[in-house]
Design a protein around this ligand. Structure first.
Ligand code: SF4
Length: 381
């Protein structure tokens, strides 16, 4: 069994951002305490659920995502990590990431979680420009983001990632690049760059309508993406995935499991798992999740076995997110699917349009192809 990834969903936030579509709610101390006990319990019970003995299965990445995991007390993070180490064999070199927001990433917290074994910090900076942060409903400012980076270095974090968002309301290409340059100046090992997605009922949609804010035209959004990737490349980062760049060797090993056909177990409300060709998710509501764990009831829901068709489609779609692309020979060997025979016409069209390139048996998207990846990847579904 290849090493697993463990994902721990922490569903609490200090306030709710205007664009957020994640599974989260406002922080409540009592509920957070019961949540931390429940998630540790769910982790300890995991080997038994899969017919394993505690410590049999190896987990070489652990990722605390949210929500805002940095709102939990460091003691709770420590206890959850202890549960992971009891239930799984976690090697000394395991990558252990925690997501944090700048306003809740104080020095003492960072020192304690670092001492507990967290060795990678992912900071939700989003922008270094105050008006943009206010429009998004973020509660930190650029000074707090810089302070959190300094506190992380002081606490001994040598693997730091910053999240930035582009195509924000009223944001120009130049303003976006100012944030990218400000991020580069902080010398993080890794950056994730996302385009703002306005889901149908996002409060930000209403605010934009009320305040008459708009997003830049599509061509500017394309310029934002391409210019940012070029600036990051000049600064020594390599774009290893559509939205992610890193210093060589500092790619996010946990997220790579999602893109390379890996297996992972998700714990906490709404967390998804993929193991041995099956996929399921946990119940979403935090109260529901906590009461079920306390009562010894299952938290798992919507379990299903992926069809052979879904398995190869997913391998192709996630593989093409990576700069390295995918080996068409490996797809044929593992899934019995000849991509040339089935999609030769589309693949030629993508190459002629400069969206994809063939390198021996490898197929990969160009940067322009990554920009319109959703349209390109749709042909495989
Ligand atoms: S901090 Fe993240 S998870 Fe929480 S509301 Fe904002 S975007 Fe959503």
């Amino acid at each position: 069994m290849p090493p697993l990834g463990l994902y721990i969903h922490v569903p609490f936030c200090s306030s709710i951002c205007h664009y957020c579509n994640f599974n989260r709610g406002l922080f409540d101390e009592g509920l957070a305490r019961r949540y931390a006990e429940a998630v540790a319990g769910e982790i300890r019970a995991a080997p038994g659920r899969f017919g394993l003995t505690a410590g049999d299965a190896c987990a070489d990445t652990i990722f605390f995502g949210g929500g805002t995991p940095s709102l939990l007390p460091a003691t709770a993070i420590h206890a959850i990590l202890d549960a992971c180490r009891e239930a799984f064999a976690v090697p000394p070199g395991a990558e252990v990431t925690i997501e944090a927001n700048p306003e809740s990433a104080a020095g003492p917290f960072l020192e304690r979680v670092r001492a507990a074994g967290v060795n990678r910090l992912s900071l939700g900076v989003q922008s270094f420009r105050e008006p943009e942060l206010r429009r998004l409903g973020r509660i930190h400012d650029a000074a707090q983001a810089r302070g959190a980076v300094a506190a992380a270095r002081e606490a001994g974090f040598d693997n730091l990632s910053l999240d930035l968002m582009m195509w924000l309301p009223e944001q120009s290409v130049r303003e976006w690049l100012d944030s990218v340059e400000a991020a580069i100046d902080l010398l993080p090992e890794h950056l994730s760059l996302y385009m703002l997605e306005l889901y149908p009922n996002a409060p930000l949609r209403d605010e934009m309508a009320r305040a008459d804010w708009s997003q830049a035209p599509d061509d500017d959004a394309a310029d934002m993406y391409e210019a940012a990737m070029a600036a990051l490349e000049s600064a020594g980062y390599w774009q290893y995935e559509i939205s992610n760049v890193s210093r060589p060797g500092r790619e996010c090993r946990h997220n790579l499991k999602y893109w390379t056909d890996g297996e992972w177990l998700g714990f906490g409300p709404g967390a998804h798992s993929t193991l041995a060709g099956a996929r399921w998710r946990n119940v979403s509501g935090t109260d529901d999740y906590v009461s079920r764990v306390a009562a010894g009831l299952a938290v798992e829901t919507e379990r299903r076995t992926l069809t052979p068709e879904e398995r190869w489609q997913e391998a192709v779609i996630t593989g093409l997110r990576l700069q390295a692309g995918l080996s068409m020979r490996a797809v044929a060997g593992t899934y019995g699917v000849d991509l040339d025979a089935r999609f030769g016409g589309d693949l030629e069209r993508f190459q002629e349009a400069g969206l994809a390139v063939r390198d021996g048996d490898r197929l990969r998207l160009t940067r322009r192809g990554m920009l319109v990846a959703n349209e390109v990847l749709r042909v495989f579904i």
